[in-house]
Design a protein around this ligand. Structure first.
Ligand code: C2E
Ligand code: MG
Ligand code: MG
Ligand code: MG
Length: 280
């Protein structure tokens, strides 16, 4: 017997279902504690020029080390957070920490762009413009170094509202990347109408780039589209040199992936930057 959250009604579950229910609820409660108690932190992964290998930007990725369960991957806890309002808090936390890090880098003379993932719930229910302007203000960051990644699917849920928010961000000088592009349901018209700076080609295309000629054609077409709309194009999940060759053939000149570096701590990242060439 389990009390459904927020209500007074009782619901029966069969054994397997109740296990699921409890573990999810546990995870949610533990995530809430982690958020409150500083149990989450960020890792950083570079974005590179596929031509020179130079670093052109950074993505911040949230990490959770559970005291007992160890490392819990985002694919497990982000969906749990998305089912509750926790995701709003998580986004706020990541934005705050990311901006703080960016400010520290700028104080050290490291000028590098930082991309932060924003959930669709934040666009729908949060106060993204308020949050971003508060962060820029608190940490005195020049907005051109901040990029926000929103998924393709968060564009389509409430396009008019999203357009207002994105325009507001653009006015502040913050840039926008469309994450996991090519797997969602946005239309090309949205790319034309919305103030977007960058397209992140979903990893599934890169996985298939060597084996599937049709995928190469799609990448080619997205590349042409990006060029004609003057959008940057970056491939995610680049793991091999032969993928790089194929991407270059398809007109994609930027990439992010294990071939260049895995996500790492801020201090490891700084260490790497010290030995790298950065293009800003
Ligand atoms: P994403 O934003 O598309 O992030 C890229 C994911 O691909 C990251 O997984 C990264 O570690 C992984 N990756 C990068 N290069 C490679 C590669 O060469 N090979 C493979 N196999 N994987 C690669 P991660 O960190 O596990 O994050 C998964 C997803 O969780 C992210 O996908 C994003 O949607 C979400 N996420 C991560 N951090 C945050 C965050 O701070 N806030 C929000 N709202 N979502 C986040
Ligand atoms: Mg991302
Ligand atoms: Mg991505
Ligand atoms: Mg992805």
């Amino acid at each position: 017997l389990a009390k459904s959250s927020g209500g007074s009604s009782y619901k029966f579950f069969d054994e397997s279902e109740s296990h699921l229910f409890y573990s999810k609820l546990d995870l949610e409660n533990e995530l809430r504690n982690a958020l409150d108690q500083g149990g989450l932190h960020l890792e950083f992964q570079p974005q590179n020029s596929l031509v020179s290998g130079d670093i052109i930007g950074t993505e911040a990725l949230v990490r959770w080390y559970h005291p007992v369960k160890g490392r819990i991957p985002p694919v497990e806890f982000i969906p749990v957070a998305e089912e509750s309002s926790l995701i709003l808090e998580l986004d706020r936390y990541v934005l705050d920490r990311g901006c703080k890090q960016l400010a520290q880098w700028q104080q050290k003379g490291i000028n590098i762009k930082l991309a932060i993932n924003i959930s669709s719930a934040q666009l729908e229910k949060g106060d993204l413009l308020g949050l971003v302007s508060a962060c820029l203000d608190t940490y005195q960051i020049q907005p051109e170094w901040l990029e926000l990644e929103i998924t393709e699917n968060s564009l389509i849920k409430s396009p008019t509202e999203v357009a207002v928010i994105l325009s507001g961000l653009q006015e502040m000088g913050v840039s926008i990347a469309i994450d996991d592009f090519g797997t969602g349901y946005s239309s090309f018209a949205m790319l034309k109408d919305l103030p977007i700076n960058k397209i992140k080609l979903d990893k599934t295309f890169i996985d298939a780039i060597e084996t599937d000629a049709k995928d190469r054609k799609i990448i080619n077409t997205i590349g042409e589209l990006a060029r004609s709309l003057q959008l940057q194009l970056i491939a995610e999940g680049v793991e091999t040199n032969s993928q790089v060759m194929r991407l270059l053939e398809c007109g994609c000149y930027q990439g992010q992936g294990f071939l260049f570096a895995r996500p790492m701590s801020a201090s490891d990242y700084e260490e790497m930057l010290a030995h790298s060439h950065i293009i800003d």
